[in-house]
Design a protein around this ligand. Sequence first.
Ligand SMILES: O=c1[nH]c(=O)c2[nH]c(=O)[nH]c2[nH]1
Length: 301
Amino acid sequence: MAIVLGPNQYGKAEVRVVAVDRSTPRHSLVDLNVSSALRGDFAAAHTAGDNAHVLTTDAQKNTVFAFARDGIGSCEEFGIRLADHFTSSYPWVSGARVAIESYGWDRITVGGQPHDHAFRRPGGEVRTAVVTVDGDDVHVIAGLTDLVVLKSTGSEFWGFPRDRYTTLPETTDRVLATAVTARWRYTGTDVDWNGSYDAVRTTLLETFAGTHSLALQQTLYAMGEKALEQHGDVAEIRFSMPNKHHFLQDLSAYGLDNALDAPGAVVYHADDRPYGLIEGTVLRDDVPAAPAAWLGTPGFC
Ligand SMILES: O=c1[nH]c(=O)c2[nH]c(=O)[nH]c2[nH]1
């Protein structure tokens, strides 16, 4: 009896690449989750720790980002480009599997017009309602979770203090993305619930799109302020908004620039964790607080 190596493959799973075409003011974006796996003669790595045949998973990840710089096109084309590249890179790489998930983004409409650089990811979003009767009081909190939105420009972040652990560069043009959880409390119950829900949601989307953001905190406040200005029967609105970071990928190590104004797609790494978590309440100061309305609804400060 001999023990032998059976089928094997290896690669980098779930490379989150976002390529933004900024060549005109009307941006478009491709948002992918790419997993590559190589097959071939990798026996020595397994049996002897000899890595001479191992095209690193790190290089596979870098290849995904580098190839995205030329634009992604369809995910099928992108997969073929990558798989062809990997299999032609070394004679012992006889096969490659490239699996791609593509996340669609719709343009946010503002005043009936599709926005140039503000997008909403369809799916996932959930409408919520919490009704609390407390003695004679009836409280209604409407809301939504997982309203995923992104601006490919119109977002800056600078002017923050720098201590010895602060390495974040200042930026005047970044991707801003979040998954909005919002809950808003009505002052009464004489409300067209569906109409009001749609209208508040529209206000949130239009304000996210239309606010030139200096911080996600500022965008949060602007969304709440507009919701209260435009909807007189809303007493307060609470938000929980993760900052879904999109880092400009550094491609300089392989001789590629990734400048915001260079031709080709601008390539970002969509990082899923850790994430900033920005939470806040915007309220009318002349409406009594209603702590009973929020009892048992966690996730807000
Ligand atoms: O909009 C932001 N707010 C922050 O508080 C913060 N912190 C950070 O690292 N990036 C950002 N972005």
